[in-house]
Write a protein that binds this ligand. Structure first.
Ligand code: GUN
Length: 293
């Protein structure tokens, strides 16, 4: 029987722990955990993500501050806002939603966030701590951290002897995911668009993690029987069967066929997605504790 990994349920237990931590910090130290979320421009998908982050922050008992800036915001204006948030003692976590509009350069903005407030884990200090195996000193990027919680739910803490394949090498996901798996003693292969015979590489994986942004690219014959499949993709595709102009969300994995081969698999939606927001809340609680606890 294939285990369908219930990301919603795992995320709910992370959120419960975050709520308790926020309550504690407020009662013991009089500190309200603060998360600032910055969004620039009108991209509807980004607005939807940011609204759910802000809503969840409030549910956790945080002070949630959303800064919605117009499309024509300049690099200097955005940089100035980050400096203000860096200096604000009531703000423990800062998240600048990506992608930014094309005329803005995201890298200097991300690197100007104080590492201790970088709840996205994208600052080079945080990326460097993860890369050097300092998992407790920095803040870890939310989607890989959440994916790793799901992997541990299946395999436990120690992945010795297991082959892990990550498809995708982004700074936001692939690289930190590879580092987390390596830290847990997995034998890690980083695959990407230039990898030769990707299907054969994937068939070697005991843990297969797909983050490519290509709808249903991973097919059943890419999956080793019994493997754990973590699908990080969120792709909106047309769904004419639901009616004219309708769409549905699918992952990077052809779920129905791969679920027949895998030992455990995350659905889309309801797998990795809820974990990302939960880990953002956890990172914010950690940042607040380090500052005040
Ligand atoms: N856009 C899509 N995913 C993310 C994320 O994890 N963090 C930020 N800041 N922007 C995103």
């Amino acid at each position: 029987m294939t285990t369908i990994i219930d990301g919603k349920q795992v995320a709910a237990s992370v959120i419960d722990a975050v709520k308790a931590a926020a309550r504690n910090l407020e009662q013991e130290a009089g500190v309200k955990t603060g998360l600032a979320v910055v969004i620039v421009g009108d991209d509807p998908a980004s607005h939807a993500y940011v609204s759910s982050k802000s809503r969840m922050a409030k549910e956790c008992g945080f002070a949630s501050i959303q800064h919605t800036l117009p499309e024509e915001t300049t690099q200097e204006e955005l940089a100035a806002l980050v400096q203000t948030l860096n200096a604000d003692e009531t703000v423990h976590g800062i998240l600048v939603q990506l992608p930014l509009p094309k005329h803005l350069n995201s890298e200097p903005i991300i690197q100007s966030i104080l590492p201790e407030k970088d709840v996205d884990g994208l600052h080079v200090v945080n990326a460097g701590k993860l890369a050097t195996g300092d998992l407790d000193g920095g803040l870890i990027s939310c989607t890989p951290a959440g994916s790793m919680v799901l992997v541990r739910g299946v395999h436990g803490e120690d992945l010795s002897g297991l082959n892990a394949v990550v498809i995708g090498r982004s700074n936001l996901f692939g690289k930190p995911m590879g580092a987390l798996l390596l830290n847990a003693n997995a034998t890690v292969t980083m695959a990407h668009s230039r990898t030769k015979d990707l299907a054969a590489v994937c068939r070697n994986a005991d843990i297969l993690v797909a983050a490519v942004g290509r709808p249903q690219m991973v097919k059943a014959d890419w999956v080793k029987p019994g493997a754990t499949v973590i699908d990080v993709g969120i792709n909106r595709v047309p769904a004419p069967d639901k009616g004219e102009g309708k769409s549905r969300l699918v992952g990077d994995v052809a779920y129905e066929e791969c679920a027949k081969i895998a030992g455990a698999i995350t659905p889309v939606p309801g797998g990795v997605g809820p974990m990302t927001i939960a880990m953002l809340m956890a990172n914010t609680a950690i940042a607040a504790y380090r500052k005040s606890g």
